[in-house]
Design a protein around this ligand. Structure first.
Ligand code: PLP
Length: 362
């Protein structure tokens, strides 16, 4: 991007001049690149997803002339059936990033601060600044775990990623319930972007807690990052606030392809479970292989691992991997600047990672 002068900046809204936007993991176009940097799924989506997208056009290309269903009700129904909740409990959006944006606007602009951990999804500080949400950042402990007792103070909302990112560590349901019990008067959001890789979902608690919102995405466990479909599950009075925000921003966030493709994905539970299990099995194998080389790896319930090596600077290691066509995510941030976040690939891809690391460290 070319540099913008202060002179040119005068056209920008004052608040926009101050924004510090989120930096997405890069999507470079390098030959034979092994991309282990943005937690995409190494497997394709269900073949039924591709059929469903083709069927949208085959039925009649004329459908693209018409707006999609503003309510995406077919998608809400498919998610409700798969998650075993009522359709009135479902909100859908253009990726869970958009769902989270609406959550921040709908619930967290309060007198009291929003609570979240110091090491977590880096979009939370961005949305907080964007929507003017006050925040209080609570440090994870030395083992990078959430300290549940910290979440028993005055607040205007709580957001917890579970399993957390980039640490990969999951919080048990009893800990989540402890947070719920301590906070009956503010909205608690559990961002479950990675929950399908072995953690316990809080969806079953939605019926019990009127202030709980569970947020999930099709981007990781359903191999649909390119589709942009995320959703939230909560009681209807919370869904109503999200719908009000959504309909004040973009009434048609889900296009016809996204709706059809995501419906097909939620209807193919067998394929979904098999793919998740493959990723989990590959994770266990690559953890063993990397530990054998000397890596310390946090206990992962996600489709990525958070790994560090005492004998080598993490930034240098990331750079050397990159020279050899493998990209992983490095965060130049306090406490985690000696860790690499590595997405779980296929067994073959993981083997290439292990071999390349052996080569670098030899
Ligand atoms: C990937 C991710 C998201 C965003 O997912 P999209 O649906 O692709 O927007 C949200 N939260 C966390 C913690 C994530 O890692």
């Amino acid at each position: 991007m070319s540099t913008i002068t202060t002179q040119q900046m005068r056209f920008w809204s004052p608040a926009v001049r101050e924004l510090e936007p989120y930096t997405p993991g890069e999507q470079p176009k390098i030959q034979n690149l092994l991309k282990l940097n943005t937690n995409e799924n190494p497997y394709p989506p269900s073949p039924k997803v591709v059929e469903a997208v083709q069927a949208v056009l085959e039925n009649s290309a004329d459908v693209l002339r018409l707006y999609p269903d503003p309510d995406a009700s077919a998608l809400k129904q498919a998610i409700a059936a798969q998650q075993n909740v009522d359709v009135s409990n479902i909100f859908v959006g253009n990726g869970s990033d958009e769902v989270l944006a609406h959550i921040f606007k709908a619930f967290f602009v309060q007198e009291q601060p929003l609570l979240y951990p110091d090491i977590t999804y880096s979009f939370y500080p961005v949305y907080s600044q964007f929507f003017g949400v006050k925040t209080k950042v609570l440090p994870l402990n030395d083992a990078f775990e959430i300290v549940v007792d910290d979440y028993k103070q005055a607040n205007g909302g709580i957001i917890i990623t579970n399993p957390n990112a980039p640490t990969s560590i999951a919080l048990g349901l009893s800990a989540i319930e402890e947070v719920m019990q301590a906070n009956p008067d503010s909205v608690v959001v559990i961002d479950e972007a990675y929950v399908d890789f072995g953690a316990e979902s809080a969806v079953n608690l939605v019926e019990k807690y009127e202030n709980l919102v569970v947020c999930q995405t099709t981007s990781k466990s359903r191999s649909l990052a390119g589709l942009r479909v995320g959703f939230a599950i909560a009681q209807p009075h919370l869904i109503a606030a999200l719908e009000a925000v959504k309909n004040s921003f973009n009434s048609y966030p889900m296009d016809r392809f996204a709706i059809a493709a995501a419906v097909a994905s939620f209807e193919d539970q067998t394929y979904f479970e098999a793919q998740c299990q493959k990723v989990i099995d590959s994770r266990e194998k690559v953890v063993t292989d990397l530990e054998a080389i000397g890596f310390k790896i946090l206990p992962s319930k996600a489709n990525f691992i958070f790994a560090s090596l005492l004998s080598k600077d993490a930034a240098e290691l990331a750079a050397e991997l990159r020279e050899r066509g493998i990209i992983v995510r490095y965060f130049n941030k306090p406490r985690i600047n000696q860790y690499l976040r590595i997405t779980i690939g296929t067994d073959e891809q993981n083997q290439r990672l292990v071999d390349t690391l052996n080569e670098i460290l030899a």
